[in-house]
Ligand binder design. Sequence first.
Ligand SMILES: O=C(O)CCC(=O)C(=O)O
Ligand SMILES: [Fe+2]
Length: 212
Amino acid sequence: MITENREQTIFDHVGSKIITDREIDIVTRLEEPLIVVLGNVLSHEECEELIRLSTDKMKRSKIGMTREENELRTSSSMFIEESENEIVARVEKRISTIMNIPIEHGEGLQILQYTPGQQYKAHYDFFSSSSKMVNNNRISTLVMYLNDVEQGGETFFPKLNLSVTPKKGMAVYFEYFYNDQALNDLTLHGGAPVITGEKWVATQWMRKQRIR
Ligand SMILES: O=C(O)CCC(=O)C(=O)O
Ligand SMILES: [Fe+2]
């Protein structure tokens, strides 16, 4: 493997497994920019619990659920901030090990629900240099799939001709903290329209510095 001249990454795992309270599988990796497909990240029970928590919260406060009015993302979204929930705390700890960043750098888990026709058009997760957020920008993302989608809903990276099929309990990780901005720009990605069924994901974004 050619490793010279490669930039330092945040994700530091080698081999085919990441040992946390669960044994996570490294299924596929693209090196630059680093994009890793991971298996066995969440148990089916944990996936179902995250969907339940989000559905519950949605019911409790109708304003908590933001149905996006803009064209970029047509899914519904919700932040889960219940770190006091045993499952959320356990999952956050695991995510922190996978992403190799303390959980205090993480925005709360965001749950997205897509119904047929809904999508998330190609975008960057990092904030543009004109944003106030750029001082403590995002550096990495973990998108976890909470269910199987009958048809559609792939996470796609148009500049890399890469797409990842949602599979319950699996996840895709990518980072964009390279000195070479051209590498960061290659992480353009989106959620393809769901054709049949529903799609639920939980996204963890990490910031450069702690935010909680
Ligand atoms: O739904 C997906 O596959 C992608 C989600 C995403 O890009 C995000 O949450 O930032
Ligand atoms: Fe994204």
